[in-house]
Write a protein that binds this ligand. Structure first.
Ligand code: PLP
Length: 386
């Protein structure tokens, strides 16, 4: 066998590689497994989106390559939605780019900007595509622990000077996966200023912008004055509309950033399937009438899980965004050992914090992706292991 590339060898190992097999075995033994490990809700997409996709699939014109341009109406609808939702004006053809899921764009961005020796600043724990894209593009990741004492924000003033000087990309994600933290507006203003001063691309992952509770409305980074000069924002249809498997998202930002990402993509893919774009278009059009009810389901789940976990002795905060609970473990309890014990003894799968980066140690993540009654049951079982 030929030797693997050095870049490839820098990728971290997958700490939970045996977990799918364990889950299969437990199910085969008849264990009543509750899987809260993956951020993939059990809920249905908007009916209008399903119907639009069915109609589109029947038309052979939609079986053809969509290329990077994609469906012009979708670009226009995305721009109109960004205007309605955030008050951000975008040129649909120069400042918007459809993606095969936001992960795809996040992964490809470093290929446009990182030379060897260039740094990407990455939250730890964080979504793994930041790290994977950086490493495979030959860049250098600088991981910053997201800790409760900093409200799970990256403390900009603690970044070493040498890192800041070499940094070309800063990845940020709020509402955050996995910590469920949100970013105050003043912090976002500081981040934009920091990226402008240091000439850094701000890759703002807004995958959870529409899952927020108790009156909180997450902003777009593009609302922040000056952001247009440095920020590329990633949006996803996955979580907002329960469409994870259809694979569609978009990037929004300055024409230079969009065009660089589009050029990388043009060598890697030939666009999002038209049928999926038609589904996404209908989903966006049904946003105002459909999304609030979906969010309310997550809120009820959040409240139920928090209530039972607190009763079981966990000091879990009530998150205002995203679809996760980030639950602190007692001092000295390793998250992976805890998650394994929970799976084997109680049939509940959660994500150990350490699996998303060393900075996640001391926590585990619960995804609110099963019905309320199952979440209550799972939370009770989690309490038994504690
Ligand atoms: N960003 C974050 C923080 C996520 O949690 C996810 C998915 O879990 C994504 C991006 C990718 O979403 P998608 O590629 O489905 O749009």
């Amino acid at each position: 066998m030929p030797q693997l590339a050095t870049r490839f060898q820098t990728l971290p190992g997958y700490p939970l590689a045996d977990v799918p097999a364990i889950k299969r075995e437990l199910r085969a033994k008849g264990v009543d497994l509750i899987d809260l490990g993956v951020g993939d809700a059990d809920l249905a997409p908007p009916p209008a989106a399903v119907e639009a996709m069915q109609r589109a699939a029947a038309d052979p014109v939609n079986s053809r390559y969509s290329f990077q341009l994609g469906l012009p109406e979708l670009r226009e609808e995305i721009a109109a939605w960004m205007q309605r939702r955030f008050g951000v004006a975008l040129d649909p053809f120069k400042e918007v780019l459809p993606l095969i899921g936001s992960k795809e764009g996040i992964f490809h961005l470093p290929f446009a900007y990182l030379n060897p020796g260039d740094v990407a600043i990455i939250p730890d724990p964080g979504y793994q595509a930041y790290l994977g894209g950086t490493l495979l593009a030959g860049g250098e990741p600088y991981l910053v622990p997201l800790r409760p004492e900093h409200d799970f924000l990256i403390p900009l003033d603690l970044l070493p000077e040498d890192v800041v000087r070499r940094a070309k990309i800063l990845f940020l994600n709020y509402p955050n996966n996995p910590t469920a933290a949100i970013a105050p507006r003043e912090y976002l203003e500081q981040v934009v200023e920091f990226c402008r001063t240091n000439d850094i691309v701000l890759a703002y992952d807004n995958a959870y912008s529409e899952i927020a509770f108790d009156g909180y409305l997450p902003p777009s980074i593009l609302e922040i004055p000056g952001a247009k000069e440095v920020a590329l924002e990633f949006h996803s249809f996955s979580k907002t509309y329960n469409m994870t498997g259809w694979r569609i998202g978009w990037a929004a930002g300055a024409p230079e950033l969009i065009s660089a990402l589009q050029r990388v993509k043009s060598f890697a893919d030939t666009g999002v399937p038209f049928t999926v774009q038609h589904g996404a278009l209908a989903a966006l059009r049904s946003h105002e009438s459909w999304v609030p009810h979906n969010v309310e389901t997550f809120r009820q789940r959040r409240d139920a899980a928090v209530e039972v976990l607190r009763a079981a002795g966990f000091d879990v905060p009530v998150p205002r965004g995203a679809m996760y609970l980030w639950v602190p473990l007692p001092e000295g309890v390793a998250s992976e050992a805890f998650a394994r014990k929970l799976l084997l003894e109680q049939g509940v799968a959660v994500l150990p914090g350490s699996s998303l980066g060393a900075g996640g140690e001391g926590f585990f993540r619960i995804a609110l992706t099963v019905p309320e009654s199952r979440l209550r049951e799972a939370a009770e079982r989690i309490g038994r292991v504690l």
